[in-house]
Design a protein around this ligand. Sequence first.
Ligand code: SF4
Length: 220
Amino acid sequence: MTEGRQTKDRQTDNSFVSECLYSDSLSAGIYVTASVLLEYLFCPRFIYFMNCLGIDQNEDKRFKVLKGREIHEGKERVNIDYLRKRIGCIDKEIGVYMESEKYHIRGEVDEVLTLLDGTMAPLDYKYAEYRETVFRTQRYQSVFYGLLIRENYGKEVKRGYICYTRSRNLLKEVQITDEDFVELQSMIKEIIDITQRCYYPKGTRFKAQCIDCCYRNICI
Ligand code: SF4
């Protein structure tokens, strides 16, 4: 078991990895992080306001608080060896930084698990309670980390795990399909497109989010 191992140089040529949906000439040198993906999932216009107009979010607004909980505080470590055993984990690496030049993504995965069936899976800690469902934002963060693992280790990734530390370390499994990877690529493509072409994207479908959004005064 190797902890904190850096894997930037472990990219492999996978036959099962689908072709990238976006052109390298457009997106060369651009990397999307899980944090940016989270902003996009909250509302694509966040990418426009931040990356095209250079307007940062107000620090004390709700989204920043949510993001902080999801991305930063959730990194607190807990001993869940017994849970890993239950899901057939035979090896783990902790705090693994990875990049994928092909998919234009990078980030640090809390844990990279090797499972009994030969597949691998990300494990992500959330400093949050489990609220009857795995939210879309959390689910796609798992897919994001799954794609990083698939690219860097050359292993299949069919599931991810989320540990809700405020629900007594409840461990939830997320099924990850090839369609999820394709959908993630579409999201990354749109994030890069908005950033480079500075077009004004559609706002979120979930209008309840607009009520306390930090951009509501300038969002048309
Ligand atoms: S007000 Fe609504 S549509 Fe506009 S940026 Fe905020 S969440 Fe998105």
